[in-house]
Write a protein that binds this ligand. Structure first.
Ligand code: 7RM
Length: 661
């Protein structure tokens, strides 16, 4: 993600504005714009004030140490325990009997854990870990489905000051092995299996393959979830339920340091070797709990649901740590949105009376494709606030979400952030910020973001450029595990000797100072010297009534430098019409090109439009444009190990080469 282009040309304009509703404003946790000025005038004072909402064993003596950039220390010498803040302190209040976690499994099994029950389980499991030799500083790998034991395991690690490294259950044995070895984890917690669309994901089987090549692993703890027979290796493998029966009930919290490592989370880099993003304790908890409280306008009686898997940063920060630090009720769902039917999410919202719902644009575009009829069969009136994260949301999907899920009454917080930032960085505050569909709006109070050209000069309003963060923030990554140099090179070396964090994303700031994320700069297209963002052309395509989802890429072109190739999935009824002969493929391709020209201009006209049943995506749902470039340019496919489903790209490639678009 080298910074090697000037600025990004931005052409697409979205002008609709949605103002916060008076009643929402009146009840909002934050409804006074002064918060922005306060945070700007005294940023450290602002974060220190937020930190007062947590319980510290010992107060910090300095808010921020930035003497040795880019290595930041927050709440220096503060002593704090993440598990204590997420669990124990609530047990001392009326939240004792409040549900902390509402769990729904894919088969429909439901389990609720109050704060008190959660504490009981976590203490026991912390004792189990101790019994297996885990102590402060030891890394623990976790490879589990979305079940309560996953939350219990991570909180138990936090209780002991043993950093966890969670590997998403959809990863292969090789990926698991590489992550375990990089962190030299001592223990692995897994399950026999997890449910995925009625089938079993063979987690223990995968774990066995991985652990065979992991010399650091001493023991494996296995939760019984799916119940099928799995081999257990004597002296290495233990059943969770058997260990729990024997474990002592009481376990104190370690008085960990604010800068002790809370977890490592691996994220795919541009090279094959995954990067272990390191997050520490005090600053991370301050960043995640503050943003959760303010952006999701957390209220005591909320039923809060973030649909992300805990294996991703969104799950760490906004299923577990942020909400639980605030004493929220957080919902965990094991399954898929289309199993057994395409209304599973709406069914869950209706039954559990979910009030705040946070999901990804890739899911919203799938809901659009499946049609309004699914949400229409459910009472979604409990909802009061919606959120999105993970990719730019095209205005069309935003409006669909707003109307069909939010019933036109719920603000949408479009939250921009990264594994590395740990906490939300750009987002509306729902009681303050007028919303523009497709814009993540403005930086959170206390966050200093700028849009710059490759020399580091701020670009004028209305222009696009590189998204940089100019000052440290509490939940920022501290390093790449075991590789400080890579940390420096990757994030901090793009603008000479200035210690600015470069996020890898392009962004446009409009005349109201609103931020429009243009996507990864590696995905930028250059047509006849105009730098276009893939996201804008995709947005224009999805704006057409026939289109469900689109991915565009730049394909080498002898005259223009690059030409735009569009890969488009159509709405279900449109496929039907094509099959019936009521719609002509060629005509539709022409119409889509014309639509882009109308929305953006002739410069953005796609050279070709290719219809495909599915787009290649990462396991967390982000479109992998790099592979589409390989297909369009007739190359062998590059690294496909992060794909959710390799069959999608193989099929797409075969069709593309057979030109049966
Ligand atoms: C939280 C998460 C980070 C990348 C980031 C962006 C993209 C995330 C938004 C977004 C536009 C958003 N962490 N991204 N949120 N783009 N609008 N609201 O997704 O590390 O997995 O990905 O995701 O490109 O750099 S992540």
């Amino acid at each position: 993600m080298a910074v090697n282009r000037e600025t990004l040309d931005t052409l697409l304009e979205e002008n609709r504005i949605f103002y916060p509703d008076k009643e929402f404003v009146a009840r909002a946790n934050v409804n006074d714009r002064a918060i922005y000025d306060e945070a700007r005038a005294d940023t450290q004072g602002f974060w220190a004030k937020q930190a007062e909402n947590l319980d510290w064993f010992q107060k910090w003596d300095r808010v921020l140490d930035w003497d040795n950039p880019p290595f930041a220390k927050w709440f220096v010498n503060g002593k704090i325990n993440a598990c204590y803040n997420c669990v124990d302190r609530h047990v001392l209040t009326s939240r004792r009997t409040k549900p902390a976690i509402i769990f729904e499994g894919e088969p429909g099994d439901i389990r609720t854990l109050t704060y008190e029950e959660l504490q009981r389980e976590v203490m026991r499991f912390a004792n189990v870990l101790k019994g297996l030799g885990v102590s402060r500083g030891d890394r623990v790998a976790i490879y589990m489905p979305m079940i309560p034991e996953l939350a219990i395991a991570m909180l138990a690690c936090a209780r002991l000051g043993a950093p966890h490294s969670i590997v998403f259950g959809g990863f292969s044995p090789e990926s698991l092995r590489d992550r375990i070895n990089d962190a030299a984890a001592k223990l692995l917690i897994t399950a026999d299996g997890g449910w995925r669309r009625g089938k079993i994901v063979p987690l223990k089987h995968n774990a066995d393959d991985a652990v065979a090549e992991c010399p650091s692993i001493e023991s494996v703890v296995v939760v019984r979830r799916t119940g099928q027979e799995v081999p257990m290796i004597e002296g290495r493998d233990y059943w969770y339920h058997e260990l729990m029966e024997r474990a002592a009930a009481e376990c104190p919290c370690e008085e960990t340091d604010s800068e002790d490592m809370l977890f490592i989370l691996y994220t795919s880099g541009t090279t094959g070797k995954p990067k272990g993003v390191v997050h520490t304790t005090g600053g991370y908890l301050v960043g995640t709990s503050t943003t959760h409280r303010i952006i999701f306008d957390h209220k005591e009686d909320d039923i809060y649901w973030c649909t992300a898997d805990i294996g991703w940063i969104t799950g760490h920060s906004y299923v577990i740590y942020g909400p639980l630090a605030n004493g929220a009720t957080t919902l965990m769902f094991e399954g898929a949105p289309d199993w057994p039917q395409q209304d599973r999410f709406w069914d869950i919202i209706e039954r559990h009376k979910v009030t705040v719902f946070y999901t990804a644009p890739t899911a919203i575009r799938a809901f659009m494709k499946w049609g309004r009829k699914w949400p229409e069969q459910h009472d979604l009136s409990s909802l009061r606030l919606l959120g999105t994260v993970g990719e730019p949301i095209n205005p069309e999907a935003w409006i669909w979400y707003y109307k069909n899920i939010g019933g036109g009454r719920c603000p949408i917080v479009d939250t921009w952030w990264q594994t590395e930032t740990g906490q939300i960085m750009i987002s509306p505050l729902p009681g303050i910020t007028p919303l523009k569909p497709g814009s993540a709006t403005v930086p959170f109070p206390g966050i200093n973001i700028d849009v710059v050209d490759k020399q580091g000069n701020s670009v004028e309003l209305g222009k696009g450029g590189y998204l940089v963060i100019k000052e440290p923030w509490p939940a920022m990554l501290r390093t790449i595990y075991g590789d400080d140099q890579r940390f420096i090179d990757q994030y901090w070396s793009h603008f000479g000797d200035r210690w600015w964090y470069f996020a890898g994303d392009g962004v446009r700031r409009d005349y109201d100072n609103y931020h429009w994320i243009l996507g990864r700069v590696d995905d930028v297209i250059n047509v006849s010297g105009h730098r276009l963002s893939t996201m804008e052309v995709e947005s224009a395509l999805v704006d057409h009534q026939a289109v469900a989802e689109a991915a565009v890429i730049g394909k080498s072109h002898e005259i223009k430098g690059q030409a735009i190739s569009a890969f488009v999935t159509l709405k279900e009824h449109v496929w039907q019409e094509i099959r019936n002969g009521d719609m002509d493929r060629k005509e539709l391709q022409k119409a889509l090109k014309a639509h882009v020209v109308k929305k953006i201009g002739a410069i953005a006209r796609p050279e070709d439009v290719f219809f495909t049943a599915e787009l290649p995506k990462t396991r967390s749902g982000k479109i992998m444009r790099r592979l589409l470039r390989d297909v369009a340019e007739g190359r062998a496919l590059g690294d496909t190990t992060t794909l959710a489903d390799p069959a999608v790209i193989a099929k797409l490639k075969a069709q593309y080469e057979g030109k049966e678009s």
